[in-house]
Write a protein that binds this ligand. Structure first.
Ligand code: UD1
Length: 367
């Protein structure tokens, strides 16, 4: 019997672990698969509802670390996760994405001789001011299995001299979740709940430190969004970090004055994707949403200077506009005139990624 612990910590991790959990269930005679939640995200609507909607069982461990500075959060996760590793002595851990939980757990496991599989390896924004970029580079250096979503990931890992035998191009695990849940997503009644009509609103998410933690940048973006909402309604699924900053910088009144700008609590997975499917376009600074919109063929205007997911631009429906008002308004006009590029679905984004990952691990650990 082999033992694998899958680590989750934040909202974007849950949809990546759900397909893996299901795929491992088929091999219960050979593999004990456990889930460890670091507790990096802890609000019900950032964590619990996601576990439930994605059919992930109650995690075997919840480290309950919560929010803190990067060093504190990473250190707390490491201290707690080491105890789990020493007690359970797994053969392998899987980590997903690029959050602090990903790097912290990969580092702990490697140092005590436990192998690490990184799902969503190789992505690079080449912007080291992003905490996620540091997490990506270091996690990939530590990992024994690197599961890659797109060609750029293979190129980046090759350029960094990572042993080619450790790298597997398996497609996009998050799209597995999306495909699996599409029937439920289509049935969500969130449009009625929010009194929205199909294709008559923009869906907004924005929480990157660069956009919201700097008062000048946040003011500038809100000013641009003010012009956007004069043309079309905006629905903003607001992350706690951004809600805090709007208050802290005294921007509440500015936001309240925007009549066509509606803030909601962080939405549940199924509801959020229903809105993605039915909106006119998405404006976002998220990573994963650039991929989900590409899969669904929905226009995506990315308010960042770069992307670690270039296939969403070269093949998909994504456009990088930074925080430049002219570029954003030009993109919006294209959307409103239905002149957005069509895009296509990237290679291997077809819902079989978890199966491919488990096949690689099966060949390694049992047959
Ligand atoms: C983290 C990830 C980011 C990911 C995002 C998804 C890192 C470095 N960043 O950023 O890559 O895109 O998750 O959401 O790991 N908070 C709550 N409740 C929660 C979680 C957070 O109130 O459940 C608030 C706290 O005040 C906290 C702030 O949000 O200070 C930021 O949370 P944190 O986990 O540090 O990073 P995120 O911004 O969520």
């Amino acid at each position: 019997m082999k033992k694998i612990i899958s680590v989750v910590g934040t909202r974007p991790n849950f949809m990546k672990i759900s397909p893996i959990y299901k795929a491992f269930q088929k091999y219960q005679d050979h593999i004990v698969h456990m889930i460890c939640h670091t507790g990096q995200h802890f609000d019900k609507n950032m964590s619990d509802y996601f576990l439930r909607d994605l059919d992930i069982p109650e995690p075997d461990y919840n480290l309950g670390v919560g929010s803190a500075s990067h060093a504190m959060q990473t250190a707390k996760i490491m201290m707690e996760f080491e105890k789990v590793c020493l007690k359970e002595n797994p053969d392998l851990i899987t980590v997903v994405g690029d959050v602090n939980s990903t790097l912290a757990c990969a580092l702990v496991a490697t140092k005590i001789g436990i192998r690490v599989a990184h799902i969503e390896a190789g992505l690079r924004s080449f912007d080291r001011t992003m905490p996620e970029e540091i997490n990506r580079i270091l996690t990939d250096q530590l990992s024994d299995f690197l599961f890659v979503t797109e060609q750029s990931g293979l190129d980046n890992l090759n350029n960094e001299g990572i042993d080619i035998n450790k790298i597997f191009f398996v497609g996009n695990i998050m799209i597995d979740s999306l495909i699996h849940n599409l029937p439920k997503i289509k049935k969500s009644n969130i449009l009625n709940k929010l009194k929205l009509k199909k294709k008559e609103f923009i869906l907004l998410t924005m929480h990157r430190p660069n956009n919201v933690d700097n008062q000048h940048n946040l003011k500038n973006i809100l000013n641009i969004l003010n012009s956007v909402q004069e043309k079309i309604k905006i629905i903003y699924s607001i992350h706690p970090r951004s809600a805090e900053r709007i208050k802290q910088f005294g921007l509440e009144k500015t936001v309240e004055r925007m009549a066509n700008f509606v803030r909601t609590e962080p939405l549940k997975y199924i509801d959020f994707l229903n809105l993605t499917l039915n909106c006119k376009a998405v404006i976002t600074d998220s990573g994963g949403i650039q991929e989900e919109t590409t899969f669904l063929g929905v226009p995506c205007i990315t308010i960042r200077e770069n992307t670690e997911r270039p296939v969403t631009v070269t093949k998909g429906t994504n456009l990088i506009v930074g925080s430049d008002k002219e570029k954003i308004m030009k993109a919006l006009n294209k959307v409103l005139k239905n002149k957005w590029k069509k895009g296509s679905i990237p290679e291997l984004w077809h819902g079989k990624t978890a199966e491919r990952i488990v096949k690689v691990l099966r060949n390694e650990y049992f047959n």
